[in-house]
Write a protein that binds this ligand. Structure first.
Ligand code: 6PG
Length: 236
């Protein structure tokens, strides 16, 4: 799973930079992405990826200090960004001051400016990595939260998750305009929620509402996470 996730990143970066001179990616936090981030900072990925042409965004962030282990930015910096030559002005951190609401508005403004969006337009990220909580959340979109119904804002402030803190998150309009979504899910603790997602289509957990209108979804699961799925779903 980790190698495939890194290969997808590398191939997309090379392809988009060749086609349009830049690659615009957004990553999630949590523990799952960390091995991939570390792998991307090592050979052969280090030399093969056009780091100077990448714009690196976050899907969500916990409103904690950067040196807090719960900080998605802090972890990505430690695992990857301190080790690869992405220009600092192309690393687009989600910050939550003077408040999570202000932080969300600022990030939304940053996205609108970066993508030169007109009123009512949504950004098209080349690639977005998502994870899934064992409760079926993704990004910082949690079941029952009014954030799930947001159709206009690109980025909003919420409270929830584990750790239960204020967070800033991209909304479904952004996720569902991406060209490619990659879900990375690992560990036995995710096997139940994956069974629900793949086999109980009627449920609408937050992760199931990621349905890119023009894009595609790739699922990267390790054996433990996929352990309750039937054979016709799981392809090595
Ligand atoms: C976050 C993440 C979140 C994460 C899942 C899975 O900031 O909490 O963006 O959506 O992807 O909670 O987290 P793990 O990878 O730690 O299981």
């Amino acid at each position: 799973m980790v190698i495939t996730g890194a290969d997808i990143f590398k191939m997309a970066a090379i392809d988009y930079v060749k086609k349009k001179g830049r690659f615009v990616v957004a990553v999630s936090g949590g523990s799952t992405p960390r091995p991939m981030h570390r792998l991307l900072s090592e050979e052969p990925y280090f030399s093969e990826i056009p780091w100077d042409k990448i714009d690196f965004f976050w899907v969500d962030e916990r409103c904690v200090p950067e040196n807090d282990p719960a900080s998605n930015f802090g972890m990505a910096k430690k695992d990857l960004l301190n080790r690869v030559p992405i220009p600092v002005n192309q690393i687009h951190q989600m910050t939550s001051y003077p408040s999570p609401e202000e932080g969300a508005l600022n990030y939304e403004k940053k996205i609108k400016e970066y993508f030169r969006l007109k009123e009512g337009e949504f950004p098209v990220f080349d690639l977005i990595y998502l994870g899934i909580g064992n409760d079926g959340h993704t990004a910082s979109l949690f079941s029952g939260d009014k954030a799930l119904e947001e159709t206009k804002r690109l980025v909003i402030a919420v409270k929830g998750g584990d750790p239960y803190v204020s967070r800033i998150t991209m909304t479904y309009p952004v996720l569902n305009h991406a060209t490619q979504i990659v879900f990375m899910v690992s560990g036995r603790g995710k096997s139940d929620v994956l069974k629900t997602i793949f086999e109980n289509r009627k449920d609408m957990l937050p992760a199931q509402r990621v349905q890119p209108s023009q894009g595609n979804i790739t699922w990267l699961l390790d054996k433990e996470a996929a352990s309750l799925l039937s054979g016709d779903i799981v392809h090595e």
